[in-house]
Design a protein around this ligand. Structure first.
Ligand code: ADP
Length: 341
């Protein structure tokens, strides 16, 4: 019987491969006239599951095996193969936040440059559909964007990232004019981002940092389900209002069908120092305390500093200009690498 079922399953295909050959069928068990088929899926979304159920039932029926539909049970588990390299990329790490404006892109930028300074090959993918600010933070103007885009490599047309301060950069912002709203819906944006990851000339990266949109949306769900992320870094200010949204994001990363490791939380705009005093504009240790409560590693804190804002606006990452902030980012980046290993 098992042989016949296996034969039937060879006629069920996902991504042009039959599910037996692709190795996703882990077990076929018989239990009180039921067949239980255990399957590992990297993308167990509802529509994929439904289609699989339908195809499997049909294929078993085609083999003249008479089982009622309800007697065929699928046990689907999410498989996240973190050892698999996508397009030659060793580690994909996403930077997330609950709210916008908390410094997520600033931090993604400076972590990317810090990793380059440590000798790694680094890419930065700006997936913030609502406000792609990476082109500004690296001073990438329209002239540069339009001048170098596609290359042909081994017969394939690949997007060529733009390289600044050693970081290979690709942004949704390269596809819209400054000030123009990006009106792609979630599925369209997800499709483009998938293409950015798979069809870009990343050329052997140690790290790809993905700057996610703030909050929890379609894009997060699809990206997190399809891409083997090594982990997530969360950025927040210490403020209660920012942290309440972070809590929602943490909930999303921890749901079973996603379950991406949270490497830690970075508190941005922790304090402001003058010669006389240290001010806590957004509250003291908010993200630090939150990290304890949620059992998330605290990666470090970054002060509020006019120079950080200035450097973002002028397109020169602060770690290239300010030694004190450079040291903070080196420490945070080392913490991230410790967590990864
Ligand atoms: P997000 O990606 O979360 O929307 P950004 O990184 O775009 O946030 O930052 C929003 C603004 O705050 C930018 O102008 C940036 O320069 C500024 N900013 C970020 N972090 C700091 C900081 N620690 N001190 C001062 N300004 C900061």
């Amino acid at each position: 019987m098992k042989q016949k079922i296996t034969k039937a399953l060879k006629n069920v295909f996902i991504n042009n491969k039959n599910i037996i050959e692709s190795g996703i069928v882990k077990n076929i068990d018989f239990f009180q006239e039921e067949i239980i088929i255990s399957i590992n899926l990297s993308n167990p979304t509802m529509h994929v599951k439904k289609k699989l159920e339908k195809d499997i039932y049909q294929s078993i029926k085609d083999q003249n095996l008479h089982f009622e539909e309800k007697k065929i049970r699928l046990k689907i588990e999410k498989k996240l193969d973190t050892t698999k390299k996508i397009n030659g990329i060793k580690n994909i790490i996403a930077v997330a936040s609950g709210k916008g404006g908390v410094g997520k892109s600033t931090i993604a930028t400076n972590i990317a440059v810090s990793l380059v300074n440590m000798g790694f090959q680094v890419g930065l993918l700006d997936a913030d559909i609502y406000g792609p600010s990476i082109p500004l933070m690296f001073n990438i103007g329209e002239d540069v964007i339009s001048s170098c885009f596609f290359i042909k490599k081994n017969g394939n047309h690949l997007i060529n990232p733009i390289i600044r301060y050693g970081v290979k950069i690709l942004s949704l912002g390269f596809f819209s004019k400054p000030g123009e709203a990006i009106v792609w819906r979630g599925p369209m944006a997800t499709k483009v981002l998938r293409q950015f990851i798979h069809e870009t000339n990343w050329d052997g990266l140690d790290f790809l940092i993905v700057d996610l949109p703030p909050g929890t949306g379609d894009i997060h769900l699809s990206l997190l389900q399809e891409i083997p992320l090594k982990g997530i870094i969360i950025v927040s200010t210490p403020q209660k209002i920012a942290l309440s949204d972070v809590q929602r994001s943490v909930g999303m990363f921890r749901i079973q069908s996603i379950h991406v490791p949270i490497l830690g939380i970075i508190e941005n705009m922790s304090f402001f120092i003058t010669e006389k005093e240290k001010y806590y504009f957004f509250g003291k240790n908010g993200a630090k305390n939150f990290s304890k409560k949620m059992n998330i590693f605290f990666l470090g804190e970054i002060p509020m500093l006019q120079d950080i804002r200035k450097s973002s606006d002028s397109g020169i990452p602060i770690v290239l200009e300010n030694d004190q902030i450079k040291k903070i980012f080196v420490k945070i980046t080392k913490n991230i690498m410790d967590k990864l290993s």
